[in-house]
Write a protein that binds this ligand. Structure first.
Ligand code: ADP
Ligand code: MG
Length: 621
């Protein structure tokens, strides 16, 4: 006798339910999506006992007729698609027709619904996938779905659930995301009879952000908008202070649907590089809108993933939406008493310098060696960012040490300005500020625009030097200062061969070194403004970076090398500065628009508002 049996409907429904319904939050996600698809303008979610015991979602959408209500809990029953062709252009959140049937298979389900066109409403009760009752009932237009005792008939699933408050937290995440993706819908979430979220539904994303994340995060957000070739990216990006230690506040919506996408995360995080401290993740709410035919969301039963037809283009659009938003806004972390936001001025030294974005100095396939490594080669222009696994080209803010440049308001995504085209600041545009002094020989205290600023002299100078070096490097014009007495250095065999291999690239970085016999080199010049007598240290750092895995200089490696040089010449902490030096540094810092951290991601300055200080002295409460 054969061993294979066709499973009963009851068992097969429960198996199918496992794909869609994993926990209360997955039920809420499906019910919310149905409410949105029903064009609701208000949605209320209420749960008790983490949702395991009780969940209710009420909407004022189009509702269902009695006939449709009875069909809605059948498998693959949907009003949203009819033919295979429809699958390629889905405009609703649901389409698989398996949410209600799955929920019904593993819980006690009640639906109260009334369509506008109907005289009376319907009450449907079902359990274990079977309709127990379907009768006329008086109810307002819209739909209420009540789910009780989730998984009570499937103990195996029950075991995987966490404590009630953890499950409630997952539900809250889902409701929050729905609220953020649809600010035009008023969304309420009640947990154990306590209102947790309530959005006004005024269509303003900032109102939804306020309701979900609170005032501090809302205030730290800047608007993002980018459009190109049929793709629009819009939303809000948190400035540094809103950064998180994980990705929980990275929100991406594709055509109104919340999506977890490594591609989109990577694009946003790349754009945030140099803006956030190492190990921090941005808070952002970004909506990607594109033709439904350009994205496939039918790649996972829970529809949490998406596949884009043109990934490079999507990456490009998200990257520039964020980058432009951040560059447009000037941000200085505020000293604040709020506990909800961890002030960045807490000096956390990152574990290791993260790779920072850098302009592609050459087309990706061309190495410096291939370009001949000529120190005075023509400035190189950049083409459209080439997106492989790497970030696209970024326009840096250039600040020359001796001639501060005009702050750039927004980045021009594609092409770098040539160094000589950058005008110096006319005097009247110079920032107005008062230097109050230096504390701990490390921080400069400044009064500016009614606020007190504390500037970290080393972080600030390091950044200024990095920007200047970057610009010079791209133009193959890093200035070299010749040493009065060239230094002969003996290298290890490995370092010597590394040196021979990368001699031209090292020269491009402003370090003039030549072969000088068996395992010996002679250093004739160092990058301008680095400390004299430090050639050996710098060379060994550069060789160390070469040895770490790379054959040729790419953006990341070049960037790291430039930090090393920038760091070496930067004014140190514990260095007393005179007024002239402080003025020079501050003039340059204030001309540096949109960049608020040192190359390692530490803040350059911290802001103290008058209010904050007066509160400390209890002048105001
Ligand atoms: P899908 O959303 O994939 O179509 P569901 O199982 O979630 O599948 O729902 C089945 C059908 O029930 C939907 O296509 C829709 O016609 C109807 N429906 C479900 N929820 C609602 C609601 N809140 N308002 C109106 N109709 C609903
Ligand atoms: Mg659905």
């Amino acid at each position: 006798m054969g061993k294979i049996q066709v499973l009963s409907k009851n068992v097969s429904d429960k198996i199918a339910a496992g794909e869609v319904v994993e926990r209360p939050a997955s039920v809420i996600k499906e019910l919310l999506e149905n409410a949105v698809d029903a064009h609701a303008t208000t949605i209320c979610v209420e749960i008790k006992g983490g949702g395991i015991r009780y969940m209710r979602v009420t909407d004022n959408g189009i509702g269902m007729s009695k006939e449709d209500a009875a069909k809605s809990i059948l498998r693959h029953a949907t009003s949203k698609i009819a033919t295979e062709d429809d699958l390629t252009k889905i405009e609703t959140l649901g389409f698989r027709g398996e949410a209600l049937s799955s929920i019904c298979a593993v819980s006690h389900l009640e639906i109260y619904t009334k369509a506008k066109t109907e005289e009376t409403g319907t009450r449907l009760v079902a359990e274990n996938g079977e309709i127990i009752d379907c009768t006329e009932a008086g109810c307002p237009q819209g739909t209420t779905v009540v789910v009780r005792n989730l998984f009570s008939t499937v103990p195996a699933r029950m075991k995987f659930l966490k404590k009630d408050f953890t499950e409630a937290g997952y539900v809250e995440d889902i409701v929050a995301r729905l609220a953020l993706s649809h600010p035009e819908i008023s969304v309420k979430f009640i947990n154990n009879e306590k209102e947790v979220i309530f959005t006004p539904g005024d269509a303003a994303l900032s109102s939804a952000v306020y309701a979900v994340y609170g005032k501090d995060i809302k205030d730290a957000m800047v608007e993002a908008e980018f459009q190109e070739r049929g793709v629009t990216v819009s939303g809000l990006c948190g400035k540094g202070v809103a950064a998180r230690g994980n990705r929980s506040m990275e929100n991406f919506f594709v055509n109104g649907r919340y999506i977890k996408s490594p591609l989109l995360s990577r694009a946003a995080e790349e754009a945030y590089k140099n803006e956030l401290m190492v190990g921090k993740f941005p808070a952002c709410v970004l909506n990607v809108t594109l033709s439904p035919e350009e994205v496939d969301i039918n790649v996972h039963p829970t529809k949490l993933e998406a596949k884009f037809a043109d990934e490079k283009h999507i990456y490009h659009c998200v990257y520039w939406a964020v980058k432009n938003a951040l560059y447009r806004s000037e941000f200085v972390p505020k000293a604040s008493e709020h506990k909800s936001i961890k002030p960045q001025f807490e000096r956390v030294i990152p574990p290791a310098p993260a790779p920072q974005p850098v302009i592609k100095p050459v087309q990706p396939s061309v190495t410096l060696r291939e370009t001949g490594g000529q120190p005075k080669a023509k400035p190189i222009h950049f083409t459209q960012p080439v997106i492989t696994q790497e970030p696209p080209a970024i326009k840096p803010q250039a600040v020359l040490h001796t001639e501060p440049i005009k702050p750039v308001e927004a980045p021009i995504p594609v092409q770098m300005p040539e160094a000589e085209q950058i005008p110096a600041i006319p005097d009247e545009k110079r920032a107005v500020y008062k230097i109050c002094g230096q504390v701990f020989s490390t921080y400069i205290i400044v009064e500016k625009d009614g606020k007190m600023l504390m500037v970290d002299q080393h972080a600030a100078h390091e950044r200024l030097r990095y920007e200047k070096l970057l610009l010079q490097y791209q133009a193959r014009e890093i200035t070299t200062q010749m040493l009065l007495s060239p230094e002969v250095i003996t290298l290890s065999a490995t370092d010597f061969s590394l040196f021979l291999e990368h001699q031209d690239a090292i020269c491009d970085l402003g370090l003039l070194v030549e072969e000088f016999g068996e395992k010996q080199v002679i250093v004739r010049g160092t990058p301008a403004d680095t400390e004299m007598g430090d050639a050996k240290g710098l060379l060994s750092e550069l060789l160390e970076l070469f040895s770490q895995n790379r054959k040729h200089i790419d953006d990341d490696l070049a960037s790291k090398m430039l930090y090393r040089i920038a760091c070496r010449g930067a004014v140190k902490a514990n260095a007393v500065l005179n007024d002239k030096e402080m003025t020079k540094l501050l003039d340059d810092v204030f001309a540096l628009s949109g960049i608020n951290t040192c190359p390692h991601g530490r803040p350059i300055m911290v802001e103290f508002t008058k209010d904050f200080i007066e509160k400390q002295f209890k002048r105001i409460v």
